[in-house]
Design a protein around this ligand. Structure first.
Ligand SMILES: NC(=O)c1ccc[n+]([C@@H]2O[C@H](COP(=O)([O-])OP(=O)(O)OC[C@H]3O[C@@H](n4cnc5c(N)ncnc54)[C@H](OP(=O)(O)O)[C@@H]3O)[C@@H](O)[C@H]2O)c1
Length: 298
């Protein structure tokens, strides 16, 4: 199948490699053209504009930073919506608010295209291996049409409702995870006087109700961060997670509710970014808090 991918950042590149590995004819477009070059070397075609990408694809996958990036890639000059999109299926995978997905689906519908959303859980490794968790929103017939490709990208696909439902689910899943990283820094502040080896500490947490699933995958990176060692390639940086936390708070506001713990966690993430850690791995959040407490005692 001819699949176009707009946005070859960390996730888009990994998904492109996965879709090529299972035999699809993949064309990519990225705002910063150099970032698509490595994929061209691995066999992807490169489109000069989003409109050209849409014209040469049967399915189009987009996975972009935020609502602004979606607006630019779809509605900007030579954007996807200005291409030949009639009859095409779009799979929008960015982590954004439900209203962003609903507005986009309506614009595509006006042009004769259909869209489903599939924001995902899992990071670069699972994306390369086709082991993401997809939170799907869309019409039943459109999801059925996308299903073979969704199954090649994801280990589990949950169709949770119409367009917008997948976005809401993804934001909800990330909420306890992002609050956890700050909460873990606070737990470390309590553990400091025990003087335990960081790897042992992480292992104890991972085997109790105090540790979420993420410690299984990210535990070694966290232990390395606590020891001041290199955590390896950054899969998720603090700035990206500030975007997710802000999006959750905005979404809650629009629903007439509050997220007091999330809002306070966002303050802590913003402080971390202001101290120069915005592009650092997410594990810098708990490490920073532990160090802050240490420094304040001096
Ligand atoms: N990383 C993860 O583990 C992970 C996991 C699940 C979900 N997600 C979600 O997946 C999405 C992509 O994440 P990522 O980690 O792949 O981010 P990334 O590496 O920073 O890539 C972001 C992509 O968006 C593009 N972009 C940003 N602003 C744009 C604009 N104004 N116009 C056109 N393109 C624009 C970037 O293009 P340039 O290269 O030109 O900047 C790049 O292709 C985000 O919504 C994120 O929350 C990420």
């Amino acid at each position: 199948m001819k699949i176009g991918i707009a946005g070859t950042g960390r996730m888009g590149s990994a998904i492109a490699r996965r879709l090529m590995a299972v035999g699809h004819d993949v064309t990519v477009w990225n705002r910063t053209a150099e970032k698509a070059r490595a994929l061209a070397g691995d066999g992807a075609k490169v489109a000069a504009t989003p409109a050209e990408l849409a014209g040469s694809s049967e399915f189009v996958v987009t996975i972009l930073t935020d609502a602004k990036a979606i607006d630019s890639a779809y509605r900007g000059r030579d954007g996807l919506l200005s291409g030949d999109v009639a009859g095409k299926l779009f799979i929008e995978m960015s982590t954004v608010r439900p209203e962003t997905e609903r507005a986009l689906a309506a614009d595509l519908r006006k042009k004769g295209a259909v869209m489903i959303e599939c924001p995902v859980g899992g990071t670069i490794g699972p994306a390369k291996d086709g082991k993401l968790f997809g939170f799907v929103g869309g019409a039943v017939a459109d999801v059925a049409r996308a299903r073979p490709v969704l199954d090649q990208m994801c280990r589990r696909v949950e169709h949770v409702g119409p367009i917008g439902a997948g976005a809401g689910m993804k934001l909800a899943i990330n909420l306890p995870l992002l609050v956890f990283w700050q909460a873990f820094g606070e737990a470390l502040a309590l553990c400091r006087p025990l003087g335990l080896d960081p790897a042992r500490l992480v292992d104890i947490f991972a085997d109790t109700s105090g540790g979420p699933n993420v410690l299984k995958g990210r535990g070694p990176a966290l232990a390395a961060a606590l020891q001041g060692k290199d955590v390896g390639p950054i899969t998720v940086d603090i700035d990206a997670m500030r975007k997710d936390l802000r999006t959750m708070v905005e979404e809650a506001k629009s629903l007439g509710t509050e997220l007091p713990v999330t809002a306070r966690a966002l303050d802590c993430y913003d402080e971390a970014a202001a101290s120069g850690l915005g592009k650092s791995d997410i594990t810098a959040i708990p490490v920073r808090w532990m160090k802050l407490r240490e420094e304040s005692k001096r």
